[in-house]
Design a protein around this ligand. Structure first.
Ligand code: SAM
Length: 299
């Protein structure tokens, strides 16, 4: 069920009947249920089984990821668990299921920052501003793989500047529990805010010890949810969908199945924001309008 039905959004002309979450399964079809050593000869059977098991504990299918990206993060995962070996890591996780979130976070890359790639944000900000001013109504934006929330807060600041934060609907989803907790808390190391324009720093952040915290008003304007794009899809008509620097970690099969769904989930004129290394292959109605920005055509 789409959860945008709060009274706050009642006045917005949004085709809510078209908004709903659907369960999807992007696991490759066929008998393969765990990563195969043929994909990654240097990867031992034990390593593959461990990663498959760990991600399954978080509801994720390891087959939907590029094996090399998972393998590269395995040492970091063991360090996070203070485990001497994979067997030891399993024991730690069995004894302390609360450590699964941290272990999963170590395996999946979560690098993010505010206004990451400022030129993209500059163009995005102009496009979104034009859209909301033309129709005198806020924007609907979904950040998929939002990590700790910096990119969605960045858009939130731009919307606040144009006076359209209050009537916008902003949703961030990520499969990592601790990333979503962090996004909700809105508390960041100062290093992550390096690209934030100085006026935004003073307007939308407050000091919190050695960290900077997003001001309460902005924090309360964004919804966050733990959800895997491989299992659940927020269909509907979005003005902006961020899907940045996430597709590059997924298997080509899993990503190919997502492009048409993302295209269909955009309102005509809506924008898909990708990372520098990502392209929406096969999405017929998406036109590049700038680096990393794709606009959905009417037909
Ligand atoms: C490199 S970060 C990108 C963060 C942000 N989009 C950016 O570009 O700054 C990739 C994010 O994708 C998330 N992710 C990986 N698999 C996912 C999935 N199946 N569903 C949702 N999020 C996923 C990871 O947890 C991580 O936070």
């Amino acid at each position: 069920m789409f959860r945008g039905g709060s009274a706050r959004f009642e006045h917005i002309n949004f085709p809510r009947e078209q908004m709903h979450r659907t369960a999807i399964n992007l696991a490759p079809t066929g008998p393969r249920q765990s990563l195969s050593s043929a994909q990654l000869p240097a990867w031992s059977q034990e390593e593959m089984e461990f990663v498959t098991w760990l991600l399954a504990l978080s509801g994720l299918d390891a087959c939907c990821y590029r094996p090399e990206t998972l393998q590269r993060r395995l040492p970091a995962c063991l360090r996070r668990l203070r485990a001497r070996s994979l067997q030891h890591a399993r024991e730690v996780l069995v004894q302390d299921p609360g450590a699964v979130a941290a272990a999963t976070s170590a395996i999946l890359v979560g690098v993010t920052s505010f206004f990451r790639d400022p030129t993209v944000f500059e163009q995005l900000g102009q496009e979104v501003r034009r859209t909301v001013e033309e129709r005198s109504q806020g924007a609907y934006a979904w950040s998929i793989g939002c990590s700790e929330g910096a990119e969605l807060y960045s858009l939130g600041m731009q919307l606040a500047e144009s006076g359209h934060l209050a009537d916008s609907y902003l949703l961030g989803t990520d499969c990592r529990v601790d990333a979503i907790e962090q996004a909700r808390a809105g508390n960041y190391e100062a290093a992550l805010t390096r690209q934030v324009p100085p006026t935004f720093l003073s307007e939308y952040f407050e000091r919190n010890g050695t960290c900077l915290r997003i001001c309460q008003h902005l924090r309360q304007s964004i919804r966050w949810r733990v959800s895997s794009i491989l299992n659940e899809f927020e269909s509907g008509l979005w003005d902006v969908i961020f899907f940045r620097n996430t597709a590059l970690y997924l298997s080509p099969e899993a990503v190919m199945a997502l492009w048409p769904r993302l295209e269909a989930a955009l309102r005509p004129g809506g924008m898909l924001v990708l990372g520098r290394a990502e392209r929406p292959y096969g999405a017929q109605r998406l036109r590049a309008i700038g680096p990393c920005l794709y606009r959905r055509q009417a037909r």
